[in-house]
Design a protein around this ligand. Structure first.
Ligand SMILES: Cc1cc2nc3c(=O)[nH]c(=O)nc-3n(C[C@H](O)[C@H](O)[C@H](O)COP(=O)(O)O)c2cc1C
Length: 154
């Protein structure tokens, strides 16, 4: 069985709703070929795991490579394995990032039990990555909290 993981950059203008529709269609296609996996989307990038019969996974991947809803595909891992990591998901989509204390833990726990620890770490770190815009918003919020604290102390 072939298992592969890639990351890619989402095209401008793609919305979370578009990704949900895309993933529903992907799940229906994948189920026909007994391909399973998951797709994480953080409003800027995708990380996808696909697993199944090698010929099927590669033919789906060739189609995904041509899709103009994303670009700059980078393969992170590709290997043969005995068991599936997402045996029950024909293509589960997860919209991230998660923020807040403990959210990475909650995300990791929502991943399939059969998933290897290194794969869980890969997806959890992807899911915790903020876009530049989000990072700037957090930095701004933190800055104003610091000013509030300073004002309280004065
Ligand atoms: C990030 C991303 C992930 C995708 N994942 C899958 C997938 O797992 N399976 C699939 O069949 N199509 C997937 N697609 C869609 C394919 O590129 C292609 O549009 C689709 O397979 C065509 O199927 P259709 O003829 O039924 O519309 C994905 C597209 C993108 C942008």
């Amino acid at each position: 069985m072939l298992s592969l993981i890639y990351v890619s950059v989402a095209s401008a203008g793609l919305t979370a709703a578009d990704v949900t529709t895309l993933a529903e269609r992907a799940a229906a296609n994948n189920a026909k070929h007994d391909v399973t996996g998951m797709l994480a989307y953080n409003s800027q990038s995708f990380m996808q795991l696909l697993e199944g019969d090698g010929a099927h996974v590669l033919s789906i991947m060739r189609r995904i490579e041509q899709d103009d809803r994303h670009g700059s595909i980078t393969y992170i891992r590709q290997h043969d394995r005995e068991h599936r990591e997402c045996p029950d998901w024909s293509m589960r989509s997860l919209v991230t990032p998660m923020t807040g204390i403990g959210s990475a833990n909650v995300f990791t726990k929502s991943l399939p039990e059969a998933m290897d620890l290194d794969t869980k770490i890969l997806f959890t770190s992807f899911a915790s990555t903020l876009t530049e815009e989000q990072a700037a918003q957090y930095a701004e919020r933190e800055q104003s909290t610091m000013w509030d604290l300073k004002a309280d102390n004065d």
